[in-house]
Every structure is written in C-alpha cells, then in structure tokens.
Ligand binder design. Sequence first.
Ligand SMILES: C[S@@+](CC[C@H](N)C(=O)[O-])C[C@H]1O[C@@H](n2cnc3c(N)ncnc32)[C@H](O)[C@@H]1O
Length: 270
Amino acid sequence: MTTDQTPNWVALREDDGRAYLLNRVPGELKVKGLGRFDAAQLLEGYSIGDRITVGQKSLTIVDAALPEARRNMQRRAQTIGIKDSGFLISWMGIGVGSRVLEGGHGSAGLAMHLANVMGSKGCLISVEVRPEHAAVGRNNMERMAEFAPEFPDWHLLEMGLSEAAGEVAGICEQLDAAIIDMAEPWTVVPEIAATVKTGGRLACYCPTTAQLEKSWNAVEEEGLVVEFAGEMIERRWSKAAKGGVRPGNQPMGHTAFLLIAGKIASSEEE
Ligand SMILES: C[S@@+](CC[C@H](N)C(=O)[O-])C[C@H]1O[C@@H](n2cnc3c(N)ncnc32)[C@H](O)[C@@H]1O
C-alpha cells in the first residue's frame, strides 16, 4: 500500500472497458498501448475514481480486479473465458476454501477466475507440462496475487497431469473439484478422478465432439456420473441505430463442450 492508503496496483480503464494494470512504484515502465512512463509520478495526486489523460487516451482510475486483469493478461495458449469459467465454478460449487486442481494451466485464464472466488483458505493446484506456457500463466497469477484482496494457497506443478495426481495428497488431502483442459482429457481421467473426494466433481473442457464423447466414456468407466454435458451459448444484444435493442450482428461463437461428472459413493456392503 502507498502511504495515502491508495493501493499500489490500480487499473486505468478506457470507456469501452479496455484496461491497463499499473503498479505504482517509482521507475520507468512500458505499458503496451499506453507507452513509457513512471507510474508513481503519473498517478501522483490522483485517486481511485479520478479521470486521467495518458498520451491521447482519457482513462478512469479503478481498483485492479479480475475484469481488468483479464483484459490485460499475457496470452499464449487459448484461454477459458467468462462464459465457461463462470458456469464451471457455479455448477461445481467452487468457492471460499475449496480445494481445486486445474490443468493444463496454459495462460491461467481459468486459474484467475478460480483464484478470484476461492479466498485465502482455498487451495488451488495448477498443472502445466510446457514450461513456456507455465511461465506465462505464472506471471499472470503472480500479478493477480499482488492486488487481489484474498488469494488461495496456489501451487503450479510443471509436469504432466497424470504424474501430478501423485502430488495432490502431499498438498491437500483430497480435491473438491478438478477441471481438465488439454487436448486429450480422457487419457488422464483415471488418475485425476482418483484424487477427487466422493461427492466432488470432475470437469473436462472439450472443444470438439470427439473429445466430449471420449471424455464422457472415460468418466463413466471410472464410475462417475455425468451431471452436465453441453455448451454455454452467449448471444449479445446491442442498441439499434433507429431505437430499440436487438441481438447484435456478431456471430454466436463456439468455445467448447463442458462435461461435468460427480463422484458417487460406492455401493453399500451387503
Ligand atoms: C488450452 S490450454 C489451457 C488453457 C487454460 N486452461 C486457460 O484457461 O488459460 C491447454 C494446455 O494444456 C497443456 N497440456 C497439454 N497436455 C498436458 C498434460 N498432459 N498435462 C498438463 N498440461 C498439459 C498445454 O501445454 C496447454 O498449455
């Protein structure tokens, strides 16, 4: 925190929602889209809620939070966005204190959404096999940890998901939820399902129907019960030029099919 109790990290937001995160520390920094400047000097005398001009841009100073971090994150692998992560979090009951595994971690798109709701009592294990992707995800997560009011106990395991399953018990006893986002989710379902507690849930993020079908079969072979299989369809509306509001002209894009399965108790002893 700075001495005047304004936070070190702030976001500068354009009126259309584009945002830039700044750490108010002395020294020149380069912010893509805004240019080079000393953030501490630039923000001197300004507070959250003020309007500021940087170069040609007029921006509002706001608290750094998930929406701004998402708009401003480094990206390498394709990320899971708001539409799908919001549904996964709610359906799977992920919240304060949850113990969650997610992988591939990629650029941390999903992990940032998870961290945002898990609170400091949560435990989040991210797994990524490619070091160059892990580095990008780590940067995004470490930055978020600096400005988030609460952040879970976060572990990034740089290994394959099937090997990572063995590490879970050493970090947190069992998982409440696991989300698999990699090209062949069904190949790691047996190991990951074993780390989820009875009553917990496992999800696979499947861009294609073939991935959905193979993952569906794999979770059922592990004795899990599919609770949801399908996709979230987002249809945006806009204001019409001659008045009224109507569906916009942009196409309805496909992201992925979501498969969510619950781990049920084994049958009662006779
Ligand atoms: C689509 S990206 C994940 C995006 C991420 N969930 C997000 O929301 O930003 C898929 C990632 O899975 C990683 N991956 C592929 N196979 C893996 C495996 N067996 N174990 C761990 N990570 C794996 C890839 O390197 C890639 O970074």
